[in-house]
Design a protein around this ligand. Structure first.
Ligand code: F6P
Length: 534
């Protein structure tokens, strides 16, 4: 029987399996958790049993996860629709181990660029590299969108305790409100604008870059404007045309995907905020996870296991979303970051050969930090008609040692939520509760029904010592490889994003209609109707 069928069979045979009952096995936690250093992945609170786990591992083996992973790390062009290697891992290959693309070792150039970023960051942070007036830069604005924004924003918020450089801001949306509100409080004479765009053609970024440049020109002489600009891009001809001096341009190759780019030049704003040393620790954390992913056997391999949990919930149990719930306020932007990483990578409908997929690909990823979410959408997670697998992340300790009691409360809430999801509350327990409150008869029955928690709802918990740069690097690399493994199992290309193209093309054609320079005759009735109201 094929493995997919065996997995479905396992699930059908155990449709009423109780997650809690799986803990009758005293070794359940040990067998269904794995570690990479202090980072622990607990997937014991899922309804996966030993047979299902073993079948899932067979699935990973038969899909060739090992071989494709090696092909990725070795620089083969696994992004087939763009004929590109996929080498974000080279950006954190601090060992300098040779990585060849088309017969050429790319590592000398990668390390040289990293060194150039460090030199730039040190000089700016030490006020050796100054604004046109000679004053130190107080503020840095990263103008970018998608992968040229979400990664640096997420890391910047996550690493707030390590900020000791200029204040870093982010502008992404083409909505003028974004740049207007960001620049409003800033002084152009002490602000550096970083234009972050892999292609240097993205309409939102280039429009905001022009607006930003005009804002600078109000206070900075035109011939010195270059002092206030930097660029992060693969398109160095375009950065020069924009007026950015070559020593303020940090390039990278096309084998770094946008949503995988925070590790290189796109991370410059993070490096400016936290300093090169902490940025290097961020890379080291990712490098550690890379080594673990390459070397740990599949059954102990965190990215593989997290991917298999995802496949189990999505394809076998039929749960179509997953909630990322960091009990770590500084991971506020992690869900948004993972939405791009996961949904842009694995939101695909055809396999490598272009054939329609026989089963669902990537799930809907969403989330918010706890405990805030508890007072918002957890109602649905606990009592709604849909099952939402949850992914909790929590540190063993916080940075605020003087507020350790608050951290204990945070931990208590995190652990209580996964317990509540699994254990639930039976009708009998709810009746008892209502009886204690003086209800009886039909009213007791009615009130009790509202207080039942079905339970048996799955979650995974990831625990780490503290959210430092190294741990953040590990978390992000873990999720990158998880997305990769899931993609390999579905047989899709996780590294292109053709699904974003059509909207871009239509927006370009729509603009003249909005500006009244073209007629809307060939548009559908809804679009015509909407245009008519402008
Ligand atoms: O860095 P760029 O080239 O401006 O692209 C920004 C983003 O746009 C996308 O291409 C999707 O629209 C993302 O994949 C990418 O991260």
């Amino acid at each position: 029987m094929n493995v997919w069928k065996s997995l479905s069979q396992n699930q059908e045979n155990n449709a009423d399996r109780s997650i809690l009952a799986l803990f009758d096995d005293p070794d359940r936690f040990k067998a269904f958790s794995a570690q990479c250093g202090d980072f622990l992945l607990d997937y014991s609170k899922t309804n996966m049993d030993a047979e299902a786990k073993s079948l899932l591992l067979d699935l990973a083996k038969s899909a060739g996860v090992d071989a494709t992973r090696n092909a990725m790390f070795d620089g083969q062009a696994i992004n087939q629709t763009e004929d590109r290697a996929v080498l974000h891992t080279a950006l954190r290959n601090l060992s300098g181990r040779p990585v060849t693309v088309d017969g050429r070792d790319v590592m000398p150039e990668v390390l040289e660029t990293l060194q150039a970023m460090k030199t730039f960051a040190i000089r700016l942070r030490n006020a050796e590299l100054t604004s046109a007036s000679g004053a130190p830069f107080t503020d840095v604005v990263n103008i970018g969108i998608g992968g040229s924004d979400l990664g640096p924003v997420m890391a910047n918020v996550a690493l707030a305790p390590y900020h000791d450089g200029p204040k870093v801001h982010f502008v992404s949306n083409v909505d003028g409100a974004d740049i207007n509100d960001t620049l409003k409080g800033l002084d152009p004479t002490t602000t550096l604008l970083i234009i972050a765009s892999k292609t240097f053609t993205t309409i939102e970024t280039m429009t905001n870059a022009e607006t930003g440049k005009k804002w600078l020109l109000q206070a900075v002489p035109e011939d010195q404007i270059g002092d206030h600009l930097a660029a992060l891009s693969t398109a160095q001809d375009k950065t020069a045309a924009f007026g950015i001096p070559s020593d303020h341009v940090f390039g990278f190759a096309d084998w770094v995907g946008g949503r995988y780019s925070v590790w290189g030049p796109i991370g410059l704003s993070v490096m400016l905020a936290i300093g090169p040393e902490d940025f290097t620790a961020f890379l080291q954390g990712a490098e550690e996870m890379d080594t673990h992913f390459r070397e740990a056997p599949l059954e102990d391999n965190l990215p593989v296991l997290l991917a298999l949990v995802g496949i189990w919930h999505n394809n076998i149990c039929g749960y179509n979303t997953r909630a990322v719930l960091p009990y770590d306020q500084r991971l506020l932007r992690l869900p948004a970051y993972l939405q791009q990483l996961d949904m842009e990578s694995n939101g695909k409908g055809v396999d490598m050969e272009g054939n329609p997929l026989p089963r669902h690909s990537g799930p809907i990823v969403w989330g918010e930090p706890g405990t805030n979410g508890q007072h918002a959408f957890y109602q649905l997670i606990h009592q709604g008609t849909r099952v939402v697998p949850c992914e909790f992340l929590v540190a063993r300790r916080g940075h605020e040692s003087e507020l350790a009691h608050q951290h204990r409360l945070l931990l208590a809430n995190c652990l209580a939520q996964s317990e509540a999801l699994m254990v639930g509350r039976s009708m009998d327990a709810a009746r008892e509760l209502m009886r204690e409150q003086g209800f009886e008869g039909a009213e007791l029955e009615k009130q009790a029904a509202h207080r039942v928690f079905p339970g048996n709802r799955p979650s995974v918990t990831m625990m780490y010592n503290i959210l430092d740069p190294k741990t953040l690097g590990k978390i992000i690399a873990l999720y990158e490889h998880r997305v990769f493994v899931e993609g390999v199992i579905w047989g899709i290309n996780s590294f292109d994003q053709w699904g974003v193209e059509l909207g871009k093309v239509l927006a370009t054609r729509m603009l003249p209609l909005i500006e009244g320079e073209a007629t809307s005759e060939d548009k559908d009735g809804s679009t015509r109707g909407l245009l008519a109201t402008l």
